[in-house]
Design a protein around this ligand. Structure first.
Ligand code: NDP
Length: 297
């Protein structure tokens, strides 16, 4: 059976290191602040934002939240971002995605001050990541890098398959895996909905990062024995539970864990790491802003 990669435990260690960074900043008279902005009535987005606020509180980061009416014009969101960009007590600005259809997502990401872009989605920060000079690594792929390192899963020389090419998970994940740097040096294949023979790619993969948003579509029969399987997917499927649904990943956990060498559960794998790395980028930003040398975990 595969070793279970415990994202909750690794995230708790990261959060503890971040709390130390907050103390270091406090000694220098600075308190890191993270602003979340929600322009949506979507319940999942509301939940994500409130979890991020709770995480801030736990480690001593000042959480600031702004709601923008989902029917308001795009300018209302831009004005909010401009205000937060200008505030000295705000070191990170995060606009919860997706934004409503009448708002240009790319324009939103460009509007955030790249120094406060703790999601790492501003084109300047994307460019720096690709160039191997990341200012802020996007939270989900960065969290996955930390998980792999925590479990001594060597990326160097490994054949990695990333399923999904989104701007927030698949592309930055692949970019991190190919960097000539620790946590990189993997020979990386990026698969997507037009990939001709996904199964052939998976059969050779030492590391699989599944981020397609398709419930349990990777099963054990598709995996190379001993592979490290990182399941990013968070999919709601109908279930006989109080809420009427349950959360499953992109990987069929039961069959995959019989073949894989290591595997992340859903929930409790990648999700907690994504949240922890947002705090990481926020204290990094505060350290940069105040010229304080924080020892990041
Ligand atoms: P997107 O929908 O933006 O991207 C999905 C990607 O998967 C696309 O590139 C798509 O290809 C590809 N894809 C879809 N179906 C298949 C298929 N059958 N075979 C191969 N590739 C396929 O999703 P995100 O990247 O935003 O998120 C992916 C999943 O991860 C979701 O379940 C999301 O909820 C979850 N997530 C979890 C996080 C966490 O912290 N755990 C954080 C962020 C996301 P194409 O480009 O051709 O359409």
């Amino acid at each position: 059976m595969a070793e279970v990669i415990d994202g909750e435990a690794v995230a708790a260690e990261v959060r503890s290191g971040i709390a130390d960074c907050v103390d270091t900043l406090a000694s220098a008279g600075a308190r890191p602040g993270l602003a979340t902005v929600l322009m949506s009535d979507d319940s999942a987005s509301e939940t994500y934002v409130s979890m991020k606020q709770r995480d801030c509180e736990e480690v001593g980061i000042e959480g600031i939240h702004v709601d923008v009416d989902a029917d308001a014009p795009a300018t209302a969101l831009f004005d909010t971002i401009d205000d937060l960009n200008a505030r000295a007590d705000v070191h990170g600005v995060l606009v919860q995605l997706p934004v409503p259809e009448h708002v240009d997502r790319r324009a939103v990401l460009r509007r955030i001050d790249p120094e406060k872009d703790v999601d790492g989605f501003h084109p300047e920060n994307v460019g720096r990541l690709v160039a191997g000079d990341a200012r802020y690594k996007p939270c989900t792929p960065h969290g996955i890098q930390k998980l792999l390192a925590a479990y001594d899963i060597d990326t160097e020389g490994a054949d990695a398959v990333v399923i999904g090419r989104s701007d927030i998970v698949g592309k930055p994940m692949a970019n991190l895996l190919i960097q000539k740097a620790p946590g990189g040096n993997a020979t990386t294949t990026v698969c997507h909905s037009r990939t001709a023979d996904l199964e052939a790619k998976l059969a050779d993969a030492d590391i699989v990062v599944a981020a397609a948003g398709v419930p349990e579509f990777v099963d054990g029969s598709m995996l190379k024995p001993g592979a490290a399987v990182i399941d990013v997917g968070i999919n709601r499927v109908d279930a006989d539970t109080e809420k009427g649904y349950e959360l499953v990943g992109d990987v069929d956990y039961d069959s995959a864990s019989e073949v894989a060498g290591a595997i992340t559960p859903v929930p409790g794998g990648v999700g907690p790491m994504t949240r922890a790395m947002l705090l990481y980028n926020t204290v990094k930003s505060a350290g940069r802003r105040h010229g304080v040398d924080v020892t990041l975990p």
